[in-house]
Design a binder for this molecule. Structure first.
Ligand code: ZN
Length: 107
């Protein structure tokens, strides 16, 4: 696949109980509520529960975890993704930059 100008974060700000903000190299900015990000976890274990691209988002969102979602941390994976470490012990979700960009459009 051609990918002439990959967009990557130039600034990542994580507020562990609220939100994740990303400034991208093309000047765009994304703001994600953590609950939203957790719900959209792209890992295999979570993927089966909902539409990945959000085209048919359920009117009532259901997750297997009802407690307050906070992030314990985030770490870069290579130069293409961000791994979120969640308060519910879940940390296998790798959020590629491409995925995050697509999420910022449907949020
Ligand atoms: Zn997951």
């Amino acid at each position: 696949m051609e990918n002439p100008s990959p967009v990557e974060p130039v600034r990542i700000a994580l507020k562990k109980s609220e939100s994740l903000d990303i400034e991208w190299s093309d000047g765009a900015k994304s703001h994600f509520e953590l609950r939203f990000l957790r719900r959209m976890c792209p890992c295999a274990g979570c993927q089966g529960e909902r539409d990945l691209l959000g085209r048919t988002l359920l009117p009532v969102v259901r997750t297997t975890y009802d407690g307050p979602i906070t992030a314990r941390g985030a770490e870069l994976v290579g130069n293409y993704a961000l791994r979120m470490i969640w308060s519910d012990q879940h940390s296998t979700g790798i959020y590629s930059y491409t995925y995050l960009r697509s999420l910022s459009k449907i949020q």
